[in-house]
Write a protein that binds this ligand. Structure first.
Ligand SMILES: [Zn+2]
Length: 410
């Protein structure tokens, strides 16, 4: 009799343990399809999968580059140019691999083509004065939980380096990159000095790969009202369409946004995200996207967004603190706010003539990367502040082999 009772109790306890420790089966991911269009994305539920940890240790041992061009498409260019483009990515991979300890391979999908043919609007920016030279972004972002219990979106290339036993399923490509073949690119194989309008491709590729590996904010002008002067800056609203309705799942930050602070009072921008999230509970349904924006315009939170518009277009108002005593001022001088430029770069005036010039907004034409490094007295393309920012996102270096890392969001 007593044996039976004991077995039953054991069963109940075992059952509770199994129930309490049951991990989430799916995680939230989002996939991007176009390196140059942040709207070309899709939310996906990615299953949690187990990884064979022995594979990670094997990877540690080999000397192969951990950044690889897995897909390469080169159109509207000579064979020699295509070869040079490919070589540039290999060179960039070498620079990044020498600076950071990459434990898992980062796969790139590179497309080099004439944007004026494939995407004419990108060749006609500001009334034809400018063309888009290229860009890169993470192919898949994953929602992970930080030490402040806020879930943020991490690029897959970074998540791979955390060596989780279980992780959201990885897509075959980590970073998608597109570069415009119409640009007058400079490659080191060119035997003549760089011309005044040429751009060193290695400089631009390294800059873009840093974006793809996590140097990006999710603060932006996502909610567009009828009045073009009424710009609203928020973190990115997570919206899905379901049965012809708009489901709002909260405003979401990127991993990069965790350490942002206001220079005026040293408070965190995450506090503002929290205020914005008072607008509606995750899962709230609206009749349409327009209905959501109208309701937001009628909410208290619209004033928070308008205040952010002023701050993010006033110079030197926001910094990131990748380490306790390391402050890096971000780009907030661009007016009006420009998605993909504002806040997602370091302040040009402060850092252009320093070893941390790489992540200023506009790459300097007419100078090679090597010349620029020599001019500012740098030791390499990745300056100390940039290195510190990437470490704070979770990339290991010789000096900081165990950076903090997020955990799975349940
Ligand atoms: Zn950039």
């Amino acid at each position: 009799m007593s044996t039976t009772v004991k077995s039953k109790n054991f069963f109940i306890i075992f059952f509770l343990i199994v129930t309490c420790y049951c991990p989430p089966i799916f995680s939230y991911c989002e996939d991007y399809f176009d390196a140059l269009d942040h709207n070309a994305r899709r939310s996906v539920a990615c299953p949690l999968v187990k990884d064979d940890l022995s594979r990670y240790s094997k990877r540690d041992d080999d000397d192969e580059l951990k950044i690889k061009v897995s897909r390469f498409q080169c159109d509207n260019a000579t064979e020699e140019t295509c070869k040079n483009v490919r070589k540039t990515f290999d060179e960039a991979a070498k620079v990044i691999s020498e600076t950071f300890i990459l434990k898992s391979t980062i796969n790139l999908d590179v497309n080099f083509t004439n944007f004026c043919i494939s995407k004419p609007s990108l060749c006609d920016v500001q009334g034809g004065k400018r063309v888009v030279i290229g860009g890169a972004r993470s192919a898949r972002n994953m929602l992970l939980l930080d030490d402040d219990d806020v879930a943020r979106l991490y690029p897959q290339s970074l998540v791979k380096q955390f060596e989780f036993k279980k992780h959201p399923e990885f897509s075959s490509i980590d970073i998608i990159a597109s570069f415009n073949s119409i640009v007058d690119w400079y490659f080191p194989s060119q035997k003549t000095p760089i011309r005044s309008k040429q751009r060193d491709m290695l400089y631009v590729v390294l800059h873009e790969l840093m974006h793809g590996m996590g140097f990006f904010t999710l603060w932006g002008d996502f909610l567009v009202s009828d009045d073009p002067k009424d710009v609203l800056i928020t973190t990115r609203p997570d919206i899905i369409n379901d049965n012809n309705q708009t489901v709002f799942n909260g405003f979401k930050e990127a991993a990069f946004d965790r350490l942002l602070i206001f220079n005026r009072d040293q408070t965190r921008l995450t506090k503002v995200s929290e205020e914005l999230n008072q607008f509606a509970k995750a899962g709230t349904r609206f009749k349409s996207d327009v209905d959501l924006i109208r309701k937001f315009l009628d909410s208290k939170q619209v004033n928070v967004a308008r205040d952010m518009t002023k701050i993010t277009t006033t110079p030197k108002t926001i910094s990131t603190f990748p380490a306790p005593s390391e402050k890096v001022i971000l780009e907030t001088s661009i007016k009006p706010f420009q998605g993909g430029a504002s806040m997602t770069h370091v302040d040009e005036k402060t850092y252009l003539n320093t070893p941390d010039f790489l992540m200023t907004f506009l790459p300097v034409p007419g100078k090679t990367l090597e010349e620029l490094i020599a001019e500012v007295g740098g030791k390499g393309p990745i300056g100390p502040k940039l290195k510190s920012i990437m470490e704070s996102l979770g990339l290991a270096t010789k000096e900081k082999p165990n950076p903090s890392r997020p955990r799975l969001a349940s």
